[in-house]
Design a protein around this ligand. Structure first.
Ligand code: FE2
Ligand code: FE2
Length: 307
């Protein structure tokens, strides 16, 4: 596959609307020019690609800025009810994945940071306003197979849980969403397959794995737009129960709600991946194993979202 082109996600492309950049599609090992800049992609063609299992498209590197602007417009129209909630949810979850992919770079500039902030606010609005939004987002993103997908899912689940609880104002919700999006950024340094049950990792791998929250904090602490609160949430996202997590074996019940929400949603999505269960199937076995280690009200809220 050509290294000169950037990968983008099909779900972020909107039907019957002008697309301001050239699009390429992979056919076997070749990349084929699919549409020209300013052409429209008819809805039928878009659905045809989805039906054939196409998930990724490609653009030229010089079109990246145009693509990011186009993404922003798509996110601003999440409240457009003339588009089905399923299509809007697919767009929202793909945009979150793109956001994780670009997170580190976006945090270097005010423009990048603010654009990401606006995306999170629009997605929070969508999840808060439409009861079906989070379920459709989980269905659209499917089982998390990599860290970017996992981070996007933890972010949308954390928003969904927090918007149902009292005690989150706009600012604390956005900080939680941002922390959720970035929480596993320290995993980039791990060079082994960590999507196996923790007990199956070697002692050295477990030690490295336990280091990832601190590695994440290390990567982000020099960035100008990251608040101490976001860093704190990332540092403690693996704390669990009364001192059962790491790195500091904190009592989660004594930490404020944001810490509990990020821990719970992270634990839940990781459970789904390790057990190879879709979120809606994972609910009962997860609750059996983990409900005792979280606040009752929080667990009940997650259950409401998944049923
Ligand atoms: Fe983690
Ligand atoms: Fe995680």
């Amino acid at each position: 596959m050509s290294k000169e082109l950037y990968t983008i996600r099909l779900n972020t492309i909107r039907g019957n609307e002008e697309i301001p950049f050239d699009l390429y599609v992979a056919v076997g090992q070749r990349l084929v020019h699919y549409t020209r800049a300013r052409d429209e992609m008819e809805d039928d063609r878009l659905r045809g690609l989805k039906k054939h299992g196409v998930k990724k498209l490609f653009i030229r590197p010089e079109d990246e800025t145009a693509y990011l602007k186009y993404l922003e417009l798509g996110i601003e129209s999440l409240s457009n009810k003339s588009v089905s909630v399923e299509d809007r949810a697919a767009r929202a979850s793909s945009t979150l994945i793109v956001s994780v992919e670009n997170a580190e770079r976006n945090l270097d500039t005010e423009v990048g940071y603010e654009s990401q902030l606006r995306q999170l606010e629009h997605i929070s609005g969508f999840i808060g306003e439409d009861r079906k939004a989070i379920k459709s987002m989980l269905l659209a993103s499917g089982l998390s197979k990599d860290t970017n997908q996992h981070s996007a899912t933890v972010c949308s689940l954390a928003i969904a849980v927090a918007t149902k609880l009292d005690g989150f104002d706009k600012n604390s919700l956005t900080e939680l969403a941002y922390a959720a999006l970035l929480h596993d950024i320290g995993k980039a340094r791990l060079k082994f397959d960590y999507n196996r049950p923790y007990e199956e990792l070697t002692k050295d791998q477990q030690r490295q794995y336990q280091q990832h929250p601190a590695d994440g904090v290390g990567l982000l602490s020099g960035k100008p737009f990251i608040s101490p609160r976001i860093l704190g949430l990332i540092a403690s996202h693996e704390e669990y129960g009364e001192g059962r997590g790491y790195p500091e074996k904190k009592n989660l019940f004594q930490l404020d709600l944001s810490y509990q929400v990020i821990s719970l949603t992270n634990k839940f999505d990781r459970f789904c991946t390790v057990k190879n269960l879709q979120p809606f199937q994972a609910m009962d076995p997860f609750f059996e194993q983990h409900a005792a280690f979280y606040d009752e009200n929080l667990i009940a809220t997650l259950a409401t979202i998944l049923t």
